[in-house]
Design a protein around this ligand. Structure first.
Ligand SMILES: Cc1ncc(COP(=O)(O)O)c(C=O)c1O
Length: 350
C-alpha cells in the first residue's frame, strides 16, 4: 500500500489560489474592489445584513425578496432589535417617503423572486444615499455579467453563486461584492462570522465561471423561444420575463442590463379559468423539466408558485393567481417546445 502523501504547504497554496482567483475574477467581471465568499447565497445576504446593521436600526426590504431573506429579517434580525419594513418593488424615487432617520440599509432584489419585478436601482440608490443609507442588492438573477451594478449606484451586491456562476447545480456558494469604501467593514464581519468556503467549491465555481457567458447566451436564446411560445398560448395570461419585449420591466431591463446576458428564469401567470390542479397536471406531464427549486444549472425546471401567500405590501397583486416558475436550461429548444406542447395537451386531459 502506498503511504498517504503528506499535505504540503504547496497544496495549501493551491487551495488559497483557487479562492483568490475566484474572488479576483468576480471583482474583475462586476467592477468591484472586494469580494468575500460565503458557503451559500443566503449566508452572503445574512453576513452582509448582520455586518451593516445593529440594534435600533431600520431596514427597508423589497417585498419581492427571496423568502428565506424575509424569514431572516422577521426572525433573527427582529430578535436582535433590528426592524424591517417591506416596500413595493415597483417604487423608485418614491421610496424616499419610507426612509426613516434610522434606516441604514435599503435592500433590493431585481428581478424579484417569483414575480420578476425590475427595480429602478439608480432611483433607489439616490434616495438611500440622500438619507445616509446604503443600497444592497441581491444580484443573483442578473449575474455579474448582467449589468455593471456599481455604476447603477449599488453599494453592496450579493450573489447566490450556487445558481449561474457555478452553473451545474452541484455547489452551494455565495459572494459579497463591494467597492473600496465598505471593503474593510465587510471583510471584518465576514471573518467574525466565520464565513469560509472549501477550496474544492472555489475550484468548481472557477470552472463554472469560465463558461458563464456561453451558458447565459444559450439560456437567453432558449428562454426567448419558450417565452414567446408561452405568450401565444390561450392558457397563459402573462409571461413574467423582463427581457421579453412588451413584458413588465422590459424598459428598465433595456436601460440597465447587458442585453447579451439575460438568463433562463421566468414566471407564468395562467389565464382565469385554469386551475391549480390543471397546472399540477401540466407539470407532472413534462418530461424534460425537473421539479426543482434551485435554478441556474443546465437543466430545465418547473414549479408551481403562490407569491400571494408570501408577500405583505404587494400580496393583493398576486392573490388568487395561478402561477408557475420555469427555468429554461440548455436543452434543444425544439425539444423543450415539443415537451411543453404535449404537457399542455395533458393538462386538458389530452
Ligand atoms: C434570488 C436568490 N437569492 C439567494 C438565494 C439563496 O441561494 P443559496 O441557495 O445558495 O443559499 C436564492 C436561492 O434560490 C435566490 O433565488
Amino acid at each position: 500500500m502506498q503511504p498517504t502523501p503528506a499535505f504540503t504547504n504547496q497544496d495549501i497554496g493551491v487551495v488559497i489560489r483557487w479562492l483568490e482567483d475566484l474572488e479576483e475574477a468576480l471583482c474583475a467581471i462586476e467592477g468591484a474592489a472586494a469580494c468575500m465568499l460565503t458557503p451559500s447565497g443566503l449566508s452572503a445576504i445574512t453576513t452582509t445584513l448582520l455586518t451593516l446593521l445593529k440594534a435600533g436600526d431600520h431596514l427597508l426590504m423589497t417585498d419581492s425578496c427571496y423568502q428565506p431573506t424575509r424569514d431572516f429579517c422577521d426572525g433573527l434580525l427582529a430578535r436582535m432589535g433590528i426592524h424591517t419594513s417591506y416596500y413595493d418593488p415597483l417604487l423608485g424615487a418614491g421610496i424616499a417617503a419610507l426612509l426613516q432617520p434610522n434606516t441604514r440599509v435599503v435592500f433590493a432584489e431585481s428581478a424579484g423572486s417569483l414575480t420578476f419585478e425590475m427595480q429602478d436601482l439608480p432611483a433607489l440608490a439616490a434616495a438611500a444615499h440622500e438619507q445616509g443609507a446604503l443600497l444592497v442588492a441581491d444580484c443573483t438573477w442578473a449575474t455579474p455579467l448582467g449589468w455593471q451594478v456599481f455604476e447603477l449606484g449599488v453599494d453592496v451586491s450579493v450573489h447566490a453563486a450556487t445558481k449561474y456562476i457555478v452553473g451545474h447545480s452541484d455547489v452551494l456558494l455565495g459572494a459579497i461584492m463591494c467597492g473600496q469604501a465598505l471593503a474593510a467593514r465587510l471583510r471584518q464581519g465576514h471573518r467574525e462570522l466565520g464565513m469560509s468556503i472549501s477550496g474544492d467549491d472555489a475550484y468548481l465555481a472557477l470552472r463554472g465561471l469560465r463558461t458563464l457567458a456561453a451558458r447565459l447566451t444559450l439560456h437567453q436564446q432558449n428562454a426567448a423561444h419558450v417565452a414567446q411560445w408561452l405568450s401565444a398560448r390561450p392558457e397563459v395570461a402573462q409571461v413574467l420575463y423582463p427581457p421579453l419585449p412588451g413584458a413588465d420591466g422590459h424598459a428598465l431591463w433595456l436601460r440597465d442590463c447587458n442585453p447579451r446576458y439575460a438568463n433562463g428564469l421566468m414566471g407564468v401567470v395562467f389565464a382565469p379559468g385554469i386551475s391549480a390542479a390543471q397546472v399540477d397536471r401540466l407539470i407532472d406531464a413534462t418530461r424534460l423539466f425537473g421539479i426543482g427549486y434551485s435554478w441556474g444549472g443546465y437543466e430545465s425546471l418547473i414549479i408551481p408558485v403562490k407569491p400571494g401567500k408570501l408577500r405583505s405590501v404587494t400580496a393583493e397583486r398576486w392573490q388568487g393567481k395561478v402561477m408557475a416558475r420555469l427555468h429554461i436550461g440548455l436543452e434543444d429548444p425544439a425539444d423543450l417546445l415539443a415537451d411543453l406542447q404535449q404537457a399542455f395537451a395533458a393538462m386538458h386531459g389530452g
